[in-house]
Design a protein around this ligand. Structure first.
Ligand code: PLP
Length: 472
């Protein structure tokens, strides 16, 4: 029987019906999913089969950092698939060799050895495996306000409520508090947070702790930019106790904050660093864990007990190399810094003018607004891990906005993640829409889209698409 493979011949309704009938949507009760049918994408836009155009303010799942349909990446992947689509990971290939060398060039400090995976969760799985093998210790510290992926081990590293349904899981993970305690609790100083961390290290026994994994800037838990001194302090504590520091840069890496890696903002070199998403800008799936020489040297004579059929996949490595070239040719890091300043100004202005904004923060083009129903009392729009009527009645939900994967816990937070570039017109237009859609206090509507990832020179403002967490 012939199989129909050209999906663009389907209507949006057909795509939705068949997808819902035969595939499982993630993090959702299936009866509640309401997907946008997507037929094609280019630059900052994507289209439904019927031709409805959206600005992709979320760059899909915060991953298409360079924008859609870049010919340079497409050509690189095409050439690679024609030359060598796949090779057994015990073999050496040119894209693998070149990507390792390129990442060594852009990674912090002396991180110059990489293990390639299929995505971010696997990168974190392998990071903790490497840390455990290298130190001979078993415990891993992780933070509560974190997401590290949905595979068995990474799910246990994850601190937010997405972990709960998978418990009990891998033993040995100890969660610690972040410097941030929500809209009501606010921020504590780096010193206070580090003191708490060291107390936990002492109570757990430093000699039992292999690693501390943390997002350099936490993503889905609220774009949490650590106070100055925190990352340096974590580095010092890890050094003092022989604990490896693992920075998860799966979301924050690759230009989103204006640096190749967010940890560069604090001049700290972690022992291990994980990445995915922007590494290939999602043209092909790829993750990686990078390690400093000292960690890599452990595995010169000791076996690395890890492997994946698609480790160092040639297509993915070729996509990453081409994507990195785009960041460089188009000077996207500089652009994220420049446009990040504008976005920060717009967000500050919006926060000053709007009573429903409890907090606004950003770093580069990675930003977030927290909504409140009472600014004086700092009451979040919805309780922790809960939702609110306002959210459910959100106008942008009806208008078919893109929705991010905030999952079950962060209904009070509107994330506006912007990896690549923006032009002033995009940012201003999206901020204006936020103002017009966001009503005060109990009448808050759910639309706060502040950023995008437009292609350079292709910044005509269109129907704004806002980042909205899904209620699950
Ligand atoms: N780490 C962070 C910080 C993430 O944001 C994500 C996904 O959003 C992951 C890990 C998991 O990556 P993946 O979905 O590619 O497995």
């Amino acid at each position: 029987m012939a199989t129909e493979t050209i999906t663009s011949t389907m209507t949006g309704e057909e795509m939705i019906a068949l997808s819902k009938k035969h595939t499982l949507f993630e993090w959702s009760a299936q009866a509640k999913v309401d997907p946008i049918p997507v037929a094609r994408a280019k630059g900052i836009y994507f289209w439904t089969p019927e031709g409805k155009r959206f600005i992709d303010f979320n760059s899909q799942l915060m991953c298409v950092n360079i924008g859609h349909g870049d010919e340079r990446v497409i050509r690189a992947v095409q050439q690679q698939v024609e030359t060598l689509a796949y090779a057994n990971p015990f073999m050496a290939t040119e894209p693998r060799a070149r990507l390792g060398a390129k990442l060594a060039e852009i990674a912090p400090g002396d991180i110059d050895v990489f293990f390639f995976t299929n995505g971010g969760a696997e990168a974190n799985e392998n990071a903790i495996k490497l840390a455990r093998l290298a130190t001979g210790r078993h415990k891993i510290l992780a933070r509560y306000r974190s997401y590290h992926g949905a595979t068995a081990g990474s799910m246990m590293l994850t601190g937010d409520p997405r972990r709960w349904a998978s418990e009990p899981g891998m033993p040995g993970v100890v969660h610690v508090l972040d410097p941030y305690h929500g809209l009501e609790g606010g921020w504590e100083s780096a010193e206070q947070s580090l003191a708490m961390l060291e107390e936990i290290i002492q109570l757990e026994g430093p000699h039992t702790i292999a690693a501390f994994i943390l997002e350099s800037v936490s993503g889905t838990n609220g774009v949490l930019v650590p106070p100055d001194g925190y990352m340096q302090g974590v580095r010092r504590l890890c050094d003092k106790h022989g604990i490896l520091m693992i920075c998860d840069e799966v979301m924050a890496g690759f230009g989103r904050t204006g640096e190749w890696f967010a940890i560069n903002h604090w001049n700290v070199v972690p022992d291990l660093i994980t990445m995915a998403k922007g590494l290939t800008s999602a043209y092909v799936q790829l993750g990686a864990v990078g390690m400093r020489r000292a960690v890599a040297d452990h595995f010169r004579d000791n076996v690395f007990y890890g492997g994946l059929t698609y480790n160092s996949h040639p297509l993915a490595c070729a996509a990453a190399l081409a994507s990195i070239q785009v960041y460089e040719e188009d000077r996207l890091l500089e652009n994220a810094r420049r446009m990040g300043k504008l976005m920060s100004d717009l967000m500050t202005d919006l926060a000053l003018r709007h009573p429903s904004i409890g907090a606004a923060r950003s770093i580069g083009l990675f930003g977030l607004i927290e909504l409140t129903r009472d600014r004086a009392k700092k009451t979040p729009l919805a309780p922790f891990n809960g939702t609110s009527d306002e959210r459910s009645r959100s106008s942008c939900a009806r208008k078919g906005s893109t929705r991010s994967s905030d999952g079950t816990r962060s209904s009070r937070i509107r994330r506006c993640a912007s990896p690549r570039t923006s032009c002033a017109k995009d940012l201003e237009s999206s901020t204006a829409r936020s103002t017009s859609r966001t009503r005060p206090c109990s009448k808050v509507r759910g639309a706060v889209g502040v950023t995008n990832q437009s292609a350079i020179g292709d910044c005509e403002a269109a129907a704004a698409v806002t980042s909205q967490s899904r209620n699950r």
